[in-house]
Ligand binder design. Sequence first.
Ligand SMILES: Nc1nc2c(ncn2[C@@H]2O[C@H](COP(=O)(O)OP(=O)(O)O)[C@@H](O)[C@H]2O)c(=O)[nH]1
Ligand SMILES: [Mg+2]
Length: 202
Amino acid sequence: MEEMNFGGVNLHNVELRLTAGLPSQLVKEGIPQIALSGRSNVGKSSLVNSLLGRKKLARVSGEPGKTITVNCYDVDKRLWLVDLPGYGFARRPKNEIEKWSSLTEGYFEDNAALKLVLQLVDCKVGLTEDDRTMLRYLEYYHLPYLLVATKCDKLNKTELQKAATALIGDRSLRPGTELFLYSSLKGLGRAELWTRILRYAL
Ligand SMILES: Nc1nc2c(ncn2[C@@H]2O[C@H](COP(=O)(O)OP(=O)(O)O)[C@@H](O)[C@H]2O)c(=O)[nH]1
Ligand SMILES: [Mg+2]
């Protein structure tokens, strides 16, 4: 059985609270927000499901997401997990890129509720140029962030060690950036990440 209570937060009391497709629909005050950022397919929705101990609250897809939205999950009225629109898969139509930019910038700008960004990176892929661009956004908006390496079940111990060392030594990261190794498939890293999330959110 999955642990469904972390720090007094009841994970049985969870709902999709808001799906915003326009900056004007975003909520940027009130309950503390923890955002998940990363390229399409890196495992954001799977991480939401894994953290919440659900199979399919957040929609997981094998192909890049078609709708560009910010999805907010209320967790026991104590915090929100915010699934940000994915980026990458270059050569998207210009109007899609513009929609992504206005939503992402709208979300990051003057967001009093945003306490922490989980920046996701596929452990097998490492940091991409798009990830580095995102890291510059996070820097520009002075946002606290940590790195989550996803899909860690895909590497053996030696490979994982090597990937982690390369990630944490990357010069585009803020010095001192923490790295969490995660597998949504196996639930690896779940308790550790919850501990850190709660430290920022509560
Ligand atoms: N092996 C493995 N696959 C994963 C893991 N997390 C996500 N995936 C797969 O990666 C694909 C993209 O996942 P998704 O959560 O939709 O990514 P998103 O686009 O960032 O929201 C799906 O096929 C998932 O099943 C993981 O921890 N391990
Ligand atoms: Mg997704």
